[in-house]
Design a binder for this molecule. Sequence first.
Ligand code: PHB
Length: 402
Amino acid sequence: MTDSKMKSAQSRRTFLKTATGAATLAATTLHAPYIMAQPSKVRVGFLLPYTGTYAKLGQAITGAFKLHVDEHGGRLGGRTIEYVQVDSEAKPAKATDNTNRLVNLEKVDVIVGPVHSGVAVAMVRVTRESGTLTIDPNAGAGVVTGALCAPNVFRTSFSNWQPSYPMGKVLADRGMKKAVTLTWKYAAGQEAIGGFVQNFTAHGGSIVKDLWVPFPKVEFQSLLTEIASIKPDAVFVFFAGGGAVKFVKDYAAAGLHNSVPLFGSGFLTDGTLKAQGDAAQGLETTLHYGDGLILPKNLAFREAYLKAAGREADVYAVQGYDAAQLLRIGLEAANGDVKAKKRMIESMGSAEIDSPRGKFTLSKAHNPVQDIYLRKVVGMENKVQGVAHKALADPATGCKMA
Ligand code: PHB
């Protein structure tokens, strides 16, 4: 045999061996397709603000959601998670198009969002029709788990009414009689103020003035002048994100923090303390979270989040983390089959979520039933003073689950 003939015989043998191997593999594959099948990834679409006054809120939710998935090796219920991010810009006018893009173009399996109540209403109108699994990790619009409630729509945060309602009684119990309210004029602000007013007036208080600014404006000077001239017993506000930073600083700069006590739902001082500095010291708020909560789950979460994100966790991070926990519970119950919606929805609806805020369950309308804490800013912490209202459920007005 010549050298070249030997070489070609050898390579034929190698080829045959390889081909036999391939044939065996092909036969196995034919008989047992599951050995080769790579389950497709579960697509999670974030509809969150990454620009504007709520940008930090969107970033915290996204970061903490991914943290929980990463803690499970990038997989929930055995399925790898992949992400699509759309900047909602906290603009309701763009919300229908943005949601349609995620549902129809990106074909996501789950939508996680939004932050802004106006965006939430438009989003839910789309997803309750499409049936897309939806987890709201912040926006508090009452209708999401009220008149627009739906089996496929869940919330891991709060209704706007919820964190404010307990403060009405707290202040009335302190003998405060006359309050001024102030907020951005849109659903979140109006509903948050509504919760406070309902409970404050039920316990003998009265509202002497309702003040507001358009969202997301932060020109407060004329309003602060008006508050100084009214001199109420208390001021109750809803602001969040960049707007909350500016408001608290302006309030202190106007010298009002020494003469007219300021209160709010806890968004006023959550994720904002570094930027607010001295201006926030001593402020009391009510919220379903407090960064100083001494619970093993909270301590572990805060440490992991700080390491992953390079900044302290806040209520938005908690809500994003819990959105991922809720999705994990659903996917685990359905063995990773994201199309098995009934199984997922049943297990998610009856879940007890081990949250950094403390364990909570969901109401029939899919809104958290949760403790609302009274907190006070001490240094760089919203220190928990006690529980202002135990296991508070939103009234879920108008919710008829199909
Ligand atoms: C809302 O628009 O529902 C909203 C936004 C920011 C918050 C709370 C509620 O911190």
